[in-house]
Design a protein around this ligand. Structure first.
Ligand SMILES: NC(=O)c1ccc[n+]([C@@H]2O[C@H](COP(=O)([O-])OP(=O)(O)OC[C@H]3O[C@@H](n4cnc5c(N)ncnc54)[C@H](OP(=O)(O)O)[C@@H]3O)[C@@H](O)[C@H]2O)c1
Length: 451
């Protein structure tokens, strides 16, 4: 447990190079370009000096612009900030590593990086398509490159003085150990999901023993509710120590010796998340005793991101085939729709529907007619569905099926949505839930019965 009178200033030494990582990090996984700029600026103003980016987030330019503006405003130099970005899965082939690194650097408008991470241990088909899929909608993996091959290329970046440190992300202890053993330059940082529901104690012990910085993402459980932010132990401690649940979770993470990444999107949240203070030892121990276990992001199992701002994904044109172009558009529209559902962006979510779309829930006998009623129902929903996890999206032509898991009415529900498209918009959707649900009375004003 780290003892410090001012947790906010905690800096953790890196095992190669002379650098230190500020423990409190700001994550830039933000779907909206304008919000990326304001949130990064607000984080810098609140005191954050550690910025976590990724090629895959599609917003390195915006983060770079906000950082440049902050540096130009004076008072902060490039040496005061710590910037990380990540190599995406489709660039694992050794010959693609340096160009990917240089492209990120260029987008960020920086001359050097403090840390470069392999985003996930999964290699996807090499190329500029970040999300390569086969005809069934399954990711195309690249089996002709190993993680060690990619790591060797990362070591070369270090040899050429291109970045301060290198590391891995979304990796399990079993995958880390052989890389650690074979590495000429040992990983300096491991970035993984961690919070009281997923403490990753064994991995943390390994990291401490080997002087690898453990960098926790989702310290607030991705903000998903119910989740660590609403845990009764956390709420009780927050009330006791006069801090917010978010501040308690972030303090706990730093006190147990990890660095962290959090994503406040407003200036007030940035100030709140930076304003942490050490917890009393009994509170710290109480959090360690929380028994709930939950992984929120499945990226570690597949390399497929759980929380990517899909709305910003660039569409790859295939002009030679009009039909496949349309399918690609539908696929992108679906990604945008489900991501917007997950983050509760009702306008973006409903962009996909035709004005006269019909939505059926055969298990409850409900039918919703028209986009406006769909939108009204969703924005009046009392306990909004949360924790969207897309299992897969399948389809072609005009018929598309999405399987996903949500927390609905407080329970996890396996759900299938079948959508029929016409002219690029949904004209008919049918949704099935794992458990048949009974329609609550408040829905009736927007709902009719299926004839
Ligand atoms: N390596 C990987 O594969 C990977 C995966 C995911 C994330 N990351 C990195 O980790 C960063 C952190 O993301 P995260 O989702 O894990 O962060 P997080 O801080 O656990 O969750 C962010 C969510 O918490 C909410 N939130 C933020 N501050 C709050 C507060 N004070 N009180 C209540 N709610 C609050 C935000 O709500 P609002 O929606 O209201 O803003 C947002 O939805 C990312 O930006 C990214 O850099 C890496």
């Amino acid at each position: 447990m780290i003892e410090s009178s001012d947790l906010r200033m905690t800096r953790i030494p890196l095992n190669h190079g002379a650098g230190h990582m500020p423990a409190l990090g700001f994550g830039t996984l933000i779907p909206d370009a304008a919000v990326t700029i304001t949130a990064t600026r607000d984080a810098l103003e609140a005191g954050f000096r550690h910025f976590d980016c990724a090629e895959r987030y599609g917003n390195e330019r915006e983060v770079g612009r906000a950082l440049q503006a902050g540096l130009a405003a004076g008072g902060i130099t490039r040496e005061d900030i710590f910037v990380t970005t990540k190599l995406w899965n489709s660039n694992h082939r050794p010959e693609r590593v340096e160009p990917a690194f240089e492209a990120s650097l260029d987008r960020l408008g920086l001359k050097y990086l403090d840390l470069y991470l392999i985003h996930t241990p999964f290699a996807f088909q090499p190329g500029d398509e970040q999300d390569p899929r086969d005809q069934n909608g399954n990711v195309i993996y690249d089996h002709d490159v190993t993680l060690l091959d990619t790591w060797r290329a990362m070591e070369s970046l270090m040899d050429h003085g291109k970045c301060g440190a290198i590391g891995l992300s979304d990796i399990s202890l079993n995958e880390l150990k052989p890389i650690y053993e074979s590495a000429r330059i040992k990983p300096a940082v491991v970035q993984v999901e961690a919070h009281p529901y997923l403490p990753e104690t064994e991995l943390l012990e390994f990291c401490k023993e080997k002087d690898v910085v453990f960098l926790a993402f989702a310290p607030l459980g991705h903000g998903i509710r119910p989740g660590p932010l609403e845990d009764p132990v956390i709420s009780a401690i927050a009330a006791r120590v006069g801090k917010t649940p978010a501040q308690v979770l972030l303090a706990w993470a730093v006190q147990r010796g990890t660095a962290l990444l959090t994503t406040p999107r407003t200036a007030a949240r940035a100030r709140e998340n930076f304003d942490i203070a050490a917890l009393p030892e009994d509170a710290f121990d109480e959090i360690n005793r929380i028994q709930t276990r939950q992984r929120l992001n499945e990226v570690v199992k597949t390399g497929i991101p759980g929380f990517i701002p899909q709305a910003r994904m660039k569409m790859k044109a295939k002009p030679q085939l009009e039909q496949s172009m349309q399918e690609e558009q539908i696929r992108t529209a679906l990604d945008t729709h489900w991501h917007a559902s997950a983050v509760g962006d009702a306008d973006l979510e409903h962009d996909i529907y035709d004005d006269d779309a019909i939505c059926d829930y055969p298990q409850s006998g409900e039918r919703i007619l028209g986009r406006r009623n769909l939108q009204a129902l969703r924005s009046h929903h009392p306990g909004k569905p949360s924790g969207f996890k897309i299992r897969r999206i399948l389809g072609n032509g005009n018929l598309w099926i999405t399987e996903y898991i949500i927390t609905y009415q407080g329970r996890l529900a396996y759900t299938v949505s079948i959508m029929e498209f016409r002219n690029g918009k949904v004209v008919h959707e049918t949704q099935y839930f794992g458990d048949p649900f009974e329609a609550p009375a408040w829905r009736r004003q927007w709902v009719q019965q299926i004839a």
